[in-house]
Design a protein. Structure first.
Length: 202
């Protein structure tokens, strides 16, 4: 009789112990699976962000201002000529241009050059619109300059004397563009303030 009781107690104790271990093991596996799912989800999210960043940077690069920061895709590298029209859209002339937009290029301009081809010029593109000021230090070619506003309208035209360091030629209002050509080119084509300008891109 005592032997049966002992045996029954052992069976009950074993069954209780086994059940507890199974529950703990099941809980541990469930917990581990939950942790793995969270980590996997986090890795997936990070992966999406990482793959998104290059396109964002590329977008920012391609949307840089036309001041030369994106050399191959910027406006400056695509402009090859400037066309000028009357207010009634009658074409008056076009000029092939060399475009400058970087600080060193803007400062140098046409300095030290002795000649420039007919129907050619230099287009200056400033980082932002402002009152522009030009002079003729170390510039040997007689030039005419047109200041152009954001509306692509000619604001002023000035004749500039070679090697003149005393005179500063100013725009009468904030402008972002200036076009230098051989002196007399604007006059010979009947171009005057209020005419419209259009950039030709390659």
């Amino acid at each position: 009789m005592n032997h049966k009781i002992v045996t029954w107690l052992l069976v009950c104790f074993y069954g209780f112990f086994a059940s507890g271990c199974t529950d703990k093991l099941s809980s541990k596996v469930s917990s581990n699976n939950g942790t793995q799912r969270i980590q996997s989800a986090e890795r997936k999210l990070v992966g999406k962000e990482t793959s998104k960043n290059p396109s964002e940077k590329s977008f920012v690069t391609h949307s840089d201002d036309p001041s030369g920061n994106s050399s191959e895709n910027s406006l400056e590298t695509r402009i090859t000529a400037v066309q000028i029209f009357s207010a009634g859209r009658h074409k008056k002339g076009d000029v092939k241009v060399e475009v400058v937009s970087k600080p060193g290029e803007l400062e140098k301009g046409l300095m030290f050059r002795k000649s420039m081809a007919e129907d050619s010029g230099m287009l200056f593109i400033m980082p932002q619109k402002k009152i522009l000021s030009f002079w003729m230090k170390n510039t040997y070619i007689p030039l005419s300059i047109a200041f152009i506003d954001d509306g692509m309208k000619i604001v002023d035209i000035h004749k500039m004397r070679p090697l003149d360091e005393d005179t500063h030629y100013l725009s009468s209002k904030p402008c972002r563009y200036a076009l230098e050509v051989n002196q007399g080119w604007f006059k010979s084509h009947g171009i005057r303030p209020h005419d419209k300008v259009q950039f030709v891109q390659q």
